[in-house]
Ligand binder design. Structure first.
Ligand code: PRT
Ligand code: ZN
Length: 285
């Protein structure tokens, strides 16, 4: 079977989670990532390990069929490639920041100013959309120190916790875009590769759904059973079994991660006891 070629970051913030994604899909790697290329004994894929900056181009050129990269790199490179799937890790935002002592009045503040960044294209598009005329100074690293050394008035960079900005005396003033890791793909995969990609996406979806859901087991007093069942509808409906102790039932269901704490509190207030929450390994709906 023809192999789907997948470009992933060799080492950096994306690499570990990218590898883990395949592991969760039951796809193992033959030779470690010390090499340039790896294959799998159990799935028709081949990985290429690259710098993240190069991944959009490799996919666009067809050297790789798909790749895992931050949305920020996709936007900066601006090739005609598709985002096939959002992966939910390596979340960050791309923001403008200025020295904290400056009074920032709004985006017009940047008119006539100098801004340092490693992402000139995203910034240029943003400024032109906002009608701001600023000088963009492209540098490849340590963007956050440029105001302090007199290289620029402000910066445009990746922000995650915000602590790098704070420790460099900067404040975030505009968020230009949000980013997370995504799978990018090129147009025109042949039928065989498209079939492998679909199989892979099916597995990724199952793994992602499982991460967003928890399996809950609890004991419910029979006189509040209806109310409790209503709160945890599950995939179809909960499983209810009688306990040896009369007047009580055991309820099994699936609960979404984001509503988890709220529902647990409400369940307790309805008299639920012995609540167990178990991770779901795979979820096929
Ligand atoms: O060597 P290679 O070119 O492959 O890697 P790289 O050094 O260019 O990229 P890498 O591994 O640092 O980041 C890869 C991707 O992770 C980025 O393109 C983003 O999509 C995503 N990502 C998520 C981040 C961050 N969070 C992040 N915090 N990339 C960089 N940072 C840096 C940021 O530049 C800043 O210096 O961390 C600092 C800010 O962090 P906070 O938490 O202090 O705000
Ligand atoms: Zn990079």
């Amino acid at each position: 079977m023809e192999k789907l070629k997948i470009a992933i970051q060799k080492s950096g913030r994306l690499s570990e989670k990218s590898m883990k994604l395949f592991e969760e899909c039951g796809i193992s790697m033959n030779n470690g990532k010390r090499k340039l290329v790896a294959t799998s004994p159990d799935f028709p894929v081949e990985w290429l390990f690259l710098r993240d900056d190069d991944i959009p181009q490799y996919v666009y050129d067809g050297v790789a069929d798909i790749g895992i990269v931050g949305e920020n790199e996709v936007a900066e490179k601006d090739y005609n490639i598709n985002i096939v799937e959002k992966l939910g890790f390596a979340r960050c935002r791309m923001s403008l920041a200025v020295p904290k002592e400056y009074e920032y009045s709004g985006i017009d503040w940047f008119d006539g100013k100098k801004v340092a960044t490693s992402y000139p294209r995203i910034l240029e598009n943003y400024f032109s959309e906002k009608g701001v005329r600023a000088e963009i100074h492209q540098i490849s690293g340590s963007v956050e120190i440029s105001p302090a050394i007199g290289l620029a008035d402000g910066i445009f960079d990746i922000v995650s916790s915000g602590s790098t900005l704070i420790s460099n005396g900067l404040k975030e003033v505009e968020t230009v875009m949000n980013s997370e890791a995504v799978i990018i793909g090129r147009e025109g995969l042949n039928e065989a590769k498209q079939a492998v990609l679909e199989k892979l996406l099916f597995r990724i979806n199952a793994a992602q759904k499982s991460r967003k859901n928890k399996y809950v087991v609890l004991n419910a007093p029979n006189n509040r059973l209806d109310e409790i069942i209503e709160m945890i509808p599950g995939m179809k409906s909960p499983t209810v079994m009688s306990l040896a102790d009369e007047g009580w039932s055991s309820v099994h269901s699936v609960l979404k991660e984001d509503e988890f704490w709220e529902v647990i509190d409400a369940l307790k207030s309805k008299g639920a006891q012995g609540i167990l929450v178990i991770p779901v390994e795979k979820m096929i709906v």
